[in-house]
Design a protein around this ligand. Structure first.
Ligand SMILES: [Zn+2]
Length: 86
């Protein structure tokens, strides 16, 4: 990962349909969490093959909204996570 603004990257689906996300360890745990949410959003939107600038705008909005939800509603977030467990 090069550059000051890039703290993570999502490697698009491999032959098995899996994505791989790498996050810099040089940033705070809070920034790593935000970067993880950001890169997961890229992984989710990847199959739509949007224009890069369009995808980035959507990802930034989703990152902001999801991070806000998780930060502001930790008890509810834990309940959702527990309910999603298989
Ligand atoms: Zn991005």
């Amino acid at each position: 990962m090069d550059g000051d603004d890039c703290h993570g990257v999502c490697y698009r689906e491999d032959a098995d349909g899996k994505n791989e996300i790498a996050i810099s360890r040089k940033v705070s745990e809070g920034t790593q969490a935000s970067v993880l949410v950001h890169e997961v959003c890229h992984a989710v939107l990847g199959p739509l093959k949007l224009h890069n600038k369009t995808e980035e705008r959507i990802v930034l909005r989703l990152e902001e909204g999801l991070a806000s939800f998780l930060r502001d509603n930790p008890t509810l977030a834990r309940r959702v996570i527990n309910s999603l467990r298989r």
